[in-house]
Design a protein. Structure first.
Length: 173
Protein backbone atom coordinates (compact mmCIF):
# COMPACT_ATOMS: atom_id res chain seq x y z
CA UNK A 1 0.00 0.00 0.00
CA UNK A 2 2.58 2.59 1.02
CA UNK A 3 5.86 3.59 -0.50
CA UNK A 4 8.10 2.72 2.47
CA UNK A 5 11.08 4.32 0.75
CA UNK A 6 9.27 7.66 0.47
CA UNK A 7 7.94 8.87 3.86
CA UNK A 8 6.74 12.02 2.11
CA UNK A 9 4.01 9.93 0.51
CA UNK A 10 2.46 9.59 3.96
CA UNK A 11 1.75 13.27 4.48
CA UNK A 12 -1.90 14.08 3.90
CA UNK A 13 -2.88 16.13 0.91
CA UNK A 14 -3.52 19.78 1.57
CA UNK A 15 -7.20 20.71 1.75
CA UNK A 16 -8.79 22.33 -1.29
CA UNK A 17 -8.73 26.12 -1.51
CA UNK A 18 -11.10 27.58 1.08
CA UNK A 19 -11.64 24.22 2.79
CA UNK A 20 -10.42 23.73 6.34
CA UNK A 21 -8.56 20.60 7.40
CA UNK A 22 -10.51 18.91 10.21
CA UNK A 23 -8.68 19.05 13.53
CA UNK A 24 -10.28 15.89 14.82
CA UNK A 25 -11.31 12.71 13.09
CA UNK A 26 -14.80 11.71 14.13
CA UNK A 27 -15.76 8.88 11.80
CA UNK A 28 -19.51 9.14 12.36
CA UNK A 29 -19.43 12.90 11.63
CA UNK A 30 -17.79 12.46 8.22
CA UNK A 31 -19.84 12.09 5.08
CA UNK A 32 -19.27 8.77 3.26
CA UNK A 33 -16.94 10.26 0.64
CA UNK A 34 -14.72 11.83 3.33
CA UNK A 35 -14.88 8.65 5.40
CA UNK A 36 -13.58 6.56 2.48
CA UNK A 37 -10.84 9.09 1.68
CA UNK A 38 -9.75 9.23 5.32
CA UNK A 39 -9.74 5.45 5.64
CA UNK A 40 -7.52 5.23 2.55
CA UNK A 41 -5.19 7.81 4.10
CA UNK A 42 -5.15 5.88 7.37
CA UNK A 43 -4.49 2.61 5.50
CA UNK A 44 -1.37 4.06 3.85
CA UNK A 45 -0.08 5.14 7.25
CA UNK A 46 -0.97 1.83 8.94
CA UNK A 47 0.90 -0.04 6.21
CA UNK A 48 3.95 2.13 6.89
CA UNK A 49 3.51 1.74 10.67
CA UNK A 50 3.33 -2.06 10.44
CA UNK A 51 6.62 -2.05 8.50
CA UNK A 52 8.53 0.73 10.25
CA UNK A 53 7.81 -0.54 13.77
CA UNK A 54 7.68 -4.25 12.89
CA UNK A 55 4.05 -4.45 14.01
CA UNK A 56 2.94 -6.81 11.22
CA UNK A 57 2.28 -9.49 13.87
CA UNK A 58 0.50 -7.03 16.17
CA UNK A 59 -1.82 -5.21 13.78
CA UNK A 60 -3.92 -7.70 11.83
CA UNK A 61 -4.32 -7.28 8.09
CA UNK A 62 -8.08 -6.86 8.62
CA UNK A 63 -7.66 -4.00 11.12
CA UNK A 64 -10.06 -1.80 9.12
CA UNK A 65 -12.91 -4.25 9.84
CA UNK A 66 -12.64 -3.74 13.60
CA UNK A 67 -14.06 -0.37 14.78
CA UNK A 68 -12.14 -0.35 18.07
CA UNK A 69 -8.83 -0.93 16.28
CA UNK A 70 -9.72 1.77 13.73
CA UNK A 71 -10.36 4.24 16.58
CA UNK A 72 -7.03 3.41 18.26
CA UNK A 73 -5.11 3.67 14.99
CA UNK A 74 -6.88 6.95 14.20
CA UNK A 75 -5.79 8.40 17.54
CA UNK A 76 -2.22 7.22 16.91
CA UNK A 77 -2.21 8.65 13.39
CA UNK A 78 -3.59 12.05 14.33
CA UNK A 79 -1.10 12.20 17.23
CA UNK A 80 1.69 11.22 14.84
CA UNK A 81 0.69 14.00 12.43
CA UNK A 82 0.66 16.58 15.21
CA UNK A 83 3.99 15.33 16.54
CA UNK A 84 5.89 15.02 13.28
CA UNK A 85 4.14 17.55 11.01
CA UNK A 86 2.61 20.04 13.43
CA UNK A 87 4.08 23.18 14.87
CA UNK A 88 6.82 22.56 17.41
CA UNK A 89 5.27 23.20 20.82
CA UNK A 90 7.48 24.68 23.52
CA UNK A 91 8.25 22.22 26.28
CA UNK A 92 7.71 19.21 24.00
CA UNK A 93 11.36 18.42 23.37
CA UNK A 94 10.69 14.68 23.59
CA UNK A 95 7.41 14.72 21.63
CA UNK A 96 8.62 12.05 19.22
CA UNK A 97 9.79 9.78 22.04
CA UNK A 98 6.49 10.38 23.85
CA UNK A 99 4.57 9.38 20.72
CA UNK A 100 6.60 6.17 20.44
CA UNK A 101 5.81 5.38 24.09
CA UNK A 102 2.12 5.91 23.39
CA UNK A 103 2.38 3.61 20.36
CA UNK A 104 3.85 0.85 22.52
CA UNK A 105 1.15 1.40 25.16
CA UNK A 106 -1.54 1.09 22.45
CA UNK A 107 -0.03 -1.98 20.77
CA UNK A 108 -1.77 -4.57 23.00
CA UNK A 109 -5.12 -3.02 22.06
CA UNK A 110 -4.34 -3.46 18.36
CA UNK A 111 -3.82 -7.22 18.61
CA UNK A 112 -6.78 -9.43 17.82
CA UNK A 113 -6.21 -13.07 18.71
CA UNK A 114 -9.18 -14.08 16.57
CA UNK A 115 -7.56 -12.60 13.46
CA UNK A 116 -4.02 -13.95 13.65
CA UNK A 117 -2.43 -15.67 10.71
CA UNK A 118 -4.29 -13.55 8.14
CA UNK A 119 -7.72 -15.05 8.89
CA UNK A 120 -10.45 -12.54 9.71
CA UNK A 121 -13.12 -13.22 12.28
CA UNK A 122 -16.02 -10.81 12.60
CA UNK A 123 -16.18 -8.92 15.90
CA UNK A 124 -18.86 -10.19 18.26
CA UNK A 125 -22.29 -8.67 17.75
CA UNK A 126 -23.29 -5.91 20.12
CA UNK A 127 -25.55 -7.12 22.88
CA UNK A 128 -28.76 -5.05 22.78
CA UNK A 129 -29.88 -3.31 25.93
CA UNK A 130 -32.28 -5.39 27.92
CA UNK A 131 -35.82 -4.21 28.44
CA UNK A 132 -35.87 -1.57 31.14
CA UNK A 133 -32.11 -0.89 31.12
CA UNK A 134 -32.54 2.79 30.22
CA UNK A 135 -35.14 3.29 32.94
CA UNK A 136 -32.92 1.52 35.49
CA UNK A 137 -30.07 3.84 34.56
CA UNK A 138 -32.26 6.92 35.05
CA UNK A 139 -33.39 5.64 38.47
CA UNK A 140 -29.74 5.10 39.40
CA UNK A 141 -28.86 8.67 38.41
CA UNK A 142 -31.47 10.09 40.78
CA UNK A 143 -31.19 7.65 43.68
CA UNK A 144 -27.65 6.31 44.00
CA UNK A 145 -25.92 7.59 47.11
CA UNK A 146 -22.67 8.19 45.27
CA UNK A 147 -24.51 10.56 42.90
CA UNK A 148 -26.89 12.27 45.35
CA UNK A 149 -24.65 12.94 48.38
CA UNK A 150 -23.89 16.63 48.89
CA UNK A 151 -20.49 17.74 47.64
CA UNK A 152 -17.72 17.68 50.23
CA UNK A 153 -14.05 17.94 49.46
CA UNK A 154 -12.02 15.20 51.21
CA UNK A 155 -9.53 17.78 52.48
CA UNK A 156 -12.14 20.31 53.65
CA UNK A 157 -11.24 19.91 57.34
CA UNK A 158 -7.56 20.53 56.64
CA UNK A 159 -8.34 23.54 54.46
CA UNK A 160 -10.59 24.95 57.19
CA UNK A 161 -7.86 24.43 59.81
CA UNK A 162 -5.28 26.20 57.65
CA UNK A 163 -7.66 29.10 57.01
CA UNK A 164 -8.45 29.46 60.72
CA UNK A 165 -4.80 29.36 61.81
CA UNK A 166 -2.78 30.96 58.98
CA UNK A 167 -0.01 32.26 61.24
CA UNK A 168 0.35 28.95 63.13
CA UNK A 169 1.61 27.29 59.98
CA UNK A 170 4.61 29.59 59.74
CA UNK A 171 5.62 29.80 63.42
CA UNK A 172 8.56 27.80 64.70
CA UNK A 173 7.71 25.16 67.32
Amino acid sequence: MSDFGNPGSLWPALPAQGQLEPQRWVWAAMDPVDRRARLRELAIWVDWLRSAFELHNSIPQCWYRHPSVVEHLTALYVGWLRTYAGDQTAGRDLAEADWINVLHNFTPRLRLAACTGGRHQEPPALVPLSSGASEAFEVYLTSAEVLTTEAAHPAAAELARRTAEPDALFQAP
